[in-house]
Design a protein around this ligand. Structure first.
Ligand SMILES: [Zn+2]
Ligand SMILES: [Zn+2]
Ligand SMILES: [Zn+2]
Length: 278
């Protein structure tokens, strides 16, 4: 499996638009791997995980080719993970096709509701939205096939107003845990995770080296707890790749600063444009 990261920031982006903090100023000047758009990851050829307000910019500046994507898996409805205003541009006449093609969209009840709201009052020249966006509502613990993969949605500890999900994604050979946005996993989620041995684990590192500042998120001390438990209980081995992402500017996620700090604890620091193969 191969993951490509198009965006590795939490909701404000890094640097944050109006922020004049010392980190944002430094990051603006440094550029390169320090500039982070909102969350979006591609799995292999045709699966996209999350679709934020930056997805359009990612098609312009991060080589994201949406025509290659057949499946969109969404973790939850916060705008830094799901932005239906751009998704609806799959409809004519915003998009022209040689043939009718559809995008299969998977997410919780709120995702489905947001797509319906964004498409229900469009005029006739936009065609029938259901021909272009095939909606699949997910429930916790109800595994399903997604192309050549098998996906298991589990509860995230993130926002009680909706069923936020993390995903176990498997093909014939490998097993991935796509584990954000989430605070420390709940008992029920751990119970399920115990049945797997992961080749790659992607975790929420919103607070970089801190913890407890934001509800519904992790920082490095939490990530260390997750990794230690996974190693101790056979959910991971020393070969498992642990990737940290979803950073907030105020905790100074300067790429070259965090890379050695994370590496020492057994983690990779994600950046926009990073590939991880496992
Ligand atoms: Zn987020
Ligand atoms: Zn800032
Ligand atoms: Zn969120």
């Amino acid at each position: 499996m191969r993951l490509h990261f198009y965006g590795t920031a939490a909701s404000e982006g890094v640097p944050a638009a109006f922020c004049e903090c010392e980190y944002c100023q430094k990051i603006r000047k440094a550029g390169g791997k320090n500039l982070r758009m909102r969350t979006c990851v591609q799995l292999d050829e045709d699966v996209l995980i999350d679709f934020s307000m930056d997805t359009y910019a990612q098609t312009l500046f991060r080589n994201l080719d949406l025509s290659a994507i057949s499946y969109l898996l969404v973790t939850h409805s916060h705008e830094d993970h799901f932005f239906p205003a751009t998704l609806t541009s799959i409809l004519p006449p915003w998009a022209f096709y040689d043939r009718k093609r559809s995008l299969d969209v998977y997410g919780n009840e709120k995702i489905i509701q947001k797509v319906v709201e964004a498409t229900e009052n469009l005029g006739e020249d936009h065609g029938r939205p259901e021909e272009y966006l095939k909606l699949h509502q997910l429930s916790y613990y109800q595994g399903f096939s997604l192309g050549k993969y098998y996906v298991m949605p589990l509860p995230a500890s993130h926002d009680k107003k909706e069923n936020c999900m993390i995903y176990i994604i498997q093909d014939q050979e490998k097993t991935l845990l796509y584990g954000h946005d989430s605070n420390m996993f709940c008992k029920e989620t751990w119970q399920r995770l115990k049945d797997y041995r992961f080749d790659c684990v992607v975790l929420d590192c919103t607070m970089v080296e801190e913890t407890g500042v934001y509800a519904g998120h992790m920082g490095l001390p939490d990530n260390i707890q997750v990794r230690d438990r996974m190693l101790a209980e056979g959910m991971a081995t020393e070969k498992t790749k642990f990737v940290l992402t979803h950073f907030v500017h105020r905790f100074n996620p300067l790429h070259e600063r965090i890379t050695p700090i994370f590496a020492e604890k057994g983690f990779l620091a994600a950046y926009d444009g990073m590939d991880v193969e496992f």
